[in-house]
Design a protein around this ligand. Structure first.
Ligand code: ZN
Length: 318
């Protein structure tokens, strides 16, 4: 079924729909609905899920009850469950709730840091040493997301050196993975290649670089391909392409997981994901929305699979 089987290796896809996808939805998903979404995703063979966010429920009511969600989901040995935290309190909650990976967010621009974290860049970086020590002592994976890595909704341009400087400081603290997040979906592929390359050459090999793209300006999949071709092997996406950011004006959804997996599969990369099953999850998610979701493969179908299936059906009839 695979269009290309040149075996280009594994790309780890992390579905963030249960967190980034739902955090700015008008209709607040119940704990049971969030648990079912995570369980359905886990059954597709996906390697990672960003399941919850340990933020103040007064600021982001959609993400309340993270502990209840964590307690109810089915855990699988080969699915890493990540939880997002913005401060030490969130990190402690994440560890108590049993996440496999703590994702800590820093932001590359000062104004967005104030709006998103309620703290300056300096403040988030100051607390980071003790947070890194706490997570590393727990034996869990510690990753850091650099928000607004390609542009800020308030300040505009964010320079490569600003992002690399933060990356170097994170790397020095022993962060396992650094994700460049295009929070407002403004990046283009040439910028991705340049920024990923600069960060990779500034970091030790022990710190992996990942990317998190939003499709706000329809550049998300092109950016993901540029990232993979630059050596990135960790990519975030959200099933159906749902999502946004409550603190970034006009932010829209992540690239859709099934569109990303389709591109990767047909380019010859492995993701371990059962793509038809993932499309079924996207269709299930769509049932909770009034409008069609942004994902396109869920509408168009797989290629060449659908063609092969149609040919088989025709030949049976003949
Ligand atoms: Zn995001």
């Amino acid at each position: 079924m695979t269009a290309s089987s040149s075996g280009k290796g594994n790309v780890c896809v992390c579905d963030v729909a249960a967190r980034d996808g739902l955090q700015s939805e008008k209709r607040i998903w119940s704990v049971n609905e969030r648990v079912e979404l995570i369980n359905r995703l886990a059954n597709t063979g996906i390697q990672r899920i960003e399941a919850v966010s340990f933020v103040n429920p007064k600021r982001v009511p959609q993400m309340a009850d993270a502990e209840k969600v964590m307690a109810q989901i089915e855990r699988k040995a080969d699915v890493r469950i990540a939880g997002l935290a913005l401060n030490m309190k969130g990190v402690e909650r994440a560890l108590d709730a049993g996440v496999d990976e703590v994702r800590y967010v820093v932001v590359a621009s000062e104004t967005f840091s104030q709006k998103n974290q309620g703290a300056s860049i300096a403040e988030t970086m100051t607390g980071l040493e003790s947070i890194a020590g706490r997570v590393k002592a727990s034996g869990k994976v510690f990753s850091a997301v650099i928000g607004a890595s390609f542009g800020c909704p308030f300040e505009g341009e964010v320079t490569t050196s600003a992002v690399v400087d933060i990356g170097i400081r994170l790397g020095a603290l022993g962060v396992d993975e650094i994700l460049l997040a295009d929070t407002i979906g403004c990046a283009v592929p040439s910028q991705v290649r340049e920024r990923v390359g600069a960060l990779q050459s500034a970091l030790e090999d022990s710190t992996a670089v990942g990317c998190h793209f939003h499709n706000t300006r329809n550049t998300g999949i092109a950016n993901a391909v540029a990232a993979v071709e630059s050596g990135v092997r960790i990519l975030d996406a959200s099933v159906g392409g749902i999502g946004g950011c409550p603190f970034a004006p006009r932010a829209t959804g992540n690239i859709s997981t099934e569109d990303l997996v389709y591109v990767l599969r047909n380019m010859g990369y492995e993701t371990d994901i059962d793509l038809p099953q993932l499309i079924n999850v996207a269709a299930w998610v769509e049932g909770y929305f009034d409008d069609p979701l942004p994902g396109q493969v869920m509408k168009a179908g797989l290629f060449p699979d659908d063609v092969i299936a149609r040919q088989a059906a025709t030949s049976v009839q003949a």
